[in-house]
Write a protein that binds this ligand. Structure first.
Ligand SMILES: Cc1cc2nc3c(=O)[nH]c(=O)nc-3n(C[C@H](O)[C@H](O)[C@H](O)COP(=O)(O)O)c2cc1C
Length: 201
C-alpha cells in the first residue's frame, strides 16, 4: 500500500489556481505528509473531442483511485460566475460509485479559489465546492481567525478557505497573506488526517 497522501485536486485555465495548489501542497509537506497534485481535463463543447491521457504540462489528470485512496482532499477551482468551473463539477459528477461505497466518509477536506475581481464571488464558489464534499460525508476544514493573515489580508483569504485575487488581467501574483493561508490549509488537512488515522488505528 502506498504512503498516506493529501490529494490537491484543482482545475486552472490560466495558472492562478495552480499556483495556489502548489502552495497548499507545500503546507501538506511541511506538516509531514505527501501531497499528490492532480488536475482535470477541460470540457469541450464538441462531445467527441478527447484529451490526451497525459497533459502536455503540469499535474497529471486525477483518477477515481487517486480520490478513493486519499487521506484528505484540497479542492480548487477558478471562480466562474460565482461557482466552481464545469470541468471540476464534471469530474465530481462522475464519483457516484465512491458515494455509494462511502469511500470518502470521515476524511478531511478543504476548498480554494481564484478570482479576477476582489468581490467577484470567492465565498460563494468556496461554498459551492463544499456541497458535493458534504454529500460524500467529508469533514470540512476552513481557516481559523487565529491566523493573523485572515485579518490582515488586502487580497484574498476567507474563513471558508484560501482565495486569491488574480486581477482582471490575471497577472497579480499570490501575495504573502494568500500564500500563508494556502499553506495553513495544507497543514490543517495533513494534521487532521494524521490525527484521524491515529484515532482509527
Ligand atoms: C466563464 C468565466 C467566468 C468567470 N466568472 C468570474 C466571477 O464570477 N468572478 C470573478 O471575479 N472572476 C470570474 N472569472 C475570472 C476567473 O475566476 C479568474 O480569472 C481566475 O483567477 C482564473 O483562474 P486560473 O488562472 O486558475 O484559470 C471568470 C472567468 C471565466 C472564463
Amino acid at each position: 500500500m502506498s504512503a498516506a497522501y493529501i490529494l490537491v485536486l484543482y482545475y486552472s485555465r490560466h495558472g492562478a489556481t495552480a499556483d495556489m495548489a502548489r502552495q497548499i501542497a507545500r503546507g501538506v509537506e511541511m506538516a509531514g505528509l505527501e501531497a499528490r497534485l492532480r488536475t482535470v481535463p477541460a470540457i469541450s463543447s464538441e462531445c467527441e473531442a478527447v484529451a490526451a491521457q497525459i497533459p502536455a504540462e503540469g499535474a497529471l489528470y486525477v483518477s477515481l483511485d487517486d480520490l478513493k485512496n486519499c487521506a484528505g482532499l484540497a479542492l480548487g477551482s477558478p471562480t466562474r460566475f460565482g461557482n466552481m468551473a464545469a470541468p471540476l463539477k464534471y469530474f465530481l459528477d462522475g464519483t457516484s460509485s465512491l458515494w455509494l461505497s462511502g469511500g470518502l466518509v470521515g476524511k478531511p477536506a478543504g476548498v480554494f479559489t481564484s478570482t479576477a475581481s476582489l468581490h467577484g464571488g470567492q465565498e460563494t464558489t468556496l461554498l459551492s465546492m463544499m456541497l458535493p464534499l458534504l454529500h460524500h460525508g467529508m469533514l470540512i476544514a476552513g481557516l481559523p481567525y487565529s491566523e493573523s493573515a485572515l485579518l490582515e489580508t488586502r487580497g484574498g483569504g476567507t474563513p471558508y478557505g484560501p482565495s486569491h485575487h488574480a486581477g482582471v488581467d490575471g497577472k497579480r501574483a499570490l501575495d504573502e497573506h494568500e500564500i500563508s493561508l494556502c499553506r495553513v490549509l495544507g497543514q490543517r488537512l495533513a494534521q487532521t488526517a494524521m490525527k484521524l488515522e491515529t484515532v482509527r488505528g
